[in-house]
Design a protein around this ligand. Structure first.
Ligand SMILES: Cc1cc2nc3c(=O)[nH]c(=O)nc-3n(C[C@H](O)[C@H](O)[C@H](O)COP(=O)(O)O)c2cc1C
Length: 201
């Protein structure tokens, strides 16, 4: 049986969305059955309209990518969470989804599963690691098994050398993830799928 992997993310202007697709490709390349899901947008229309890239990305993905549901968390044997950095922390949209999962947590349905995280920020030192570490706090409470990149492959060094998870410094204005970041994200997805397969077995 192939492991089930859920790649769930929030992205306002597309960087994390592109990383998420690459993580999903990596998990699929390992043979996992993958669900790629975005979390619901919570920002008011006026806020999105003030940033044309945000509004455009929202329009492009609104019907193209399904919105994550609690059933996806229950279905999966392993999770990859992606978020932009917001003041050094995860986006509220992703946290809101996580905060709806209390009943699954209570029933122990989030425990013992491998989980990994990836991030995009404007600056290389703008809080990528603190954002992933903040998500990891949630995963400790779940009793999940955190799967970091470590320095386990050359792609980690090539993409900036962050052992916590794939991290794209998008700059300002944002640039899409380059080939080294996408390769690292694919590697991270395959690595997650390997652990999901081992633990689900
Ligand atoms: C409210 C807000 C807070 C942000 N905080 C940070 C930050 O602390 N550090 C940083 O480097 N970038 C910060 N950024 C920039 C985003 O993290 C960055 O543009 C990211 O690449 C966006 O990913 P996305 O294209 O998937 O939405 C912030 C952006 C917004 C809108």
């Amino acid at each position: 049986m192939s492991a089930h992997v859920l790649v769930v993310y929030y992205s306002a202007t597309g960087s994390v969305h592109r990383l998420a697709r690459a993580v999903a490709e990596g998990a699929e390349s390992f043979g996992a059955e993958v669900r790629l899901r975005r979390v619901a947008e919570l920002a008011p229309e006026e806020a999105m309209a003030a940033n044309p890239n945000w509004a455009a990305h929202h329009r492009e993905t609104e019907s193209a990518v399904e919105v994550a549901e609690l059933a996806d968390l229950e279905w999966a044997d392993g999770y990859a969470f992606g978020t932009p950095t917001r003041y050094g922390a995860p986006a509220a949209q992703l946290k809101q989804f996580i905060d709806t999962a209390g009943s699954l947590w209570q029933e122990g349905k989030l425990a013992d599963k491998p989980v990994t995280a990836f991030v995009s920020s404007a600056e290389r030192h703008g809080g990528q690691e603190s954002t992933i570490l903040s998500l990891n706090n949630v995963f400790y409470h779940w009793g999940a098994v955190i799967v970091p990149l470590g320095y386990t492959d050359d792609v980690v060094y090539a993409s900036g050398g962050n052992p916590y998870g794939t991290s794209w410094p998008a700059g300002f204005p944002s640039t899409p993830p380059d080939d080294t970041a996408l390769a690292c994200a694919r590697f991270q997805g395959a690595r997650l799928a390997r652990f999901a397969t081992l633990l689900a077995g």
